[in-house]
Design a protein around this ligand. Sequence first.
Ligand SMILES: [Zn+2]
Length: 169
Amino acid sequence: MASRILPSFDSEGAWRAVLARDKAADGRFITGVLTTGIYCRPSCAARHPKREHVRFFATSAEAAAAGLRACLRCRPDEVARDIAAIDRALRLIETAEEPPNLETLARAAGYSNFHFHRIFKRTTGVTPAAEWIRVTSSASSWCSGGRRPGSREASMVLPEPGGPTNRRW
Ligand SMILES: [Zn+2]
């Protein structure tokens, strides 16, 4: 299943994020370096390769399928695991009838409470509790409106690409 929190990057925007070592881009795409056979998260501290040697991938799995190996310095597979865990947590939050317990979410993700809370906030820009309130308040406005709006509206609340400065929370 495609990740809900990975907006697509055009290659120019992706390259700019790499040059800026933009941590907000981590998890949104993977930088593959064809000459070294290594793939990195966008913010990797290693020296930047030449643009023409770089290929972008949506996930580390795609980079690995292309024959590249994970960088030992920036460990891009860890960020992929974080993204998968947050995706799972978002689905749990959506279906929860009561405010989700941090411990339950963290356990489902396989992380400690502290680590889970940190990566959730970093990835989505909100806390798990704020996300639950957002999901449930939009659900109740659907009820009062008598009709549920189309899925296009629901997708508009996903975080935008571009980094922390344009996050709303
Ligand atoms: Zn790296």
